[in-house]
Design a protein around this ligand. Sequence first.
Ligand code: FEO
Length: 384
Amino acid sequence: MIYISDTVKYIGVNDHEIDLFEGQYFVPNGISYNSYIITDEHCALMDTVDSTKTEEWLCNLKTELGERSLDYVVVLHMEPDHSGSLKRVLEEYPNAKMVGNEKTIKFAEQFFDIDLTDRVHLVSNGESLNLGSHTLTFVAAPMVHWPEVMVAYEHSEKILFAADAFGKFGALDIDEEWDDEARRYFINIVGKYGAQVQKLLKQAAELDIKTICPLHGPILKENLGYYINKYDIWSSYKAEDEGVFIAYASIYGNTKKAAELAYEKLIAKGIKAEIADLARDDMAEAISNAFRYDKLILACPTYNADMFPPMEILLMNLKEKSFQNRKVALIENGTWVAQSGKRMRNAIESMKDMTICETMLTVKSSMKPGDEEILDKMIEELLN
Ligand code: FEO
């Protein structure tokens, strides 16, 4: 349990056993499934947890509720990492009503063999639920991150129950800074839906918020403007930092040498830079870093007359997440016909407001005298 106030408690759980979050994301420091209980004249549970943690979480809930009955199970988001224990809690507390919108109910019936007859308290956008001294107002937040998502504002304690928004990877018993894992979480999971996040931020700006209770990661109580500003940057597709992210894919190490030389040259110039091997490093982090910086260098060999697949995966993901408004330089490699530069260029040109440097380094199998001069020219063009 984490104390938020005398009447609002965190009863979520940490998951360090999970192999891949959402079936694809590495979470080396685990993940937390956040759940909260508001005790008042009527008691309301704010979301449940993943089904792998039902028993541990139910124990937390029962400890906090004691002899009290549970009146409402508020479902802000039906994705199974939060609704995985929904059926069980409705069975455990037969008088509790599930609070959700029409889509929430539809999805609940799709996920579970569940009879919700007489078990639903339907709410729509802007509607409120009075618990006694606490009042929750529900605001629809479609596609942040699923269409049924709502956030809830609790008026008496000025708490925003933010669903997936403001969440991060990493369990709560791990001490780590917020930015990197919140960025990796946001860009990869909600990045496509920038416009919807912007809309939600505008609505949130009209509220007096003292505490943000997300469904993953720490409860945010101080310096809320910092986190809101990060969300504003990420969801408006602006670069967070000036600098260069170098993403390379390399078959035999020759393209890697060109990418690493570019990295060394940037560092020597005092430019902030990061480099990633797309075949070996975490792809989700590479996607996140591409969003972080205002410039990119992409280095890729030709493979089957196309890009080497790890680069294709990066660019497919960036396009899917509406990546835009960045400057890019290209390094291609080919032994008989170099095609990867053209393919990377086509992929980037399909994105919005992208600038591609005219100077491209074409490596013929391995770096040769004279290539370095072109690399210098390319970097100069990228930085100016
Ligand atoms: Fe944490 Fe979209 O679920």
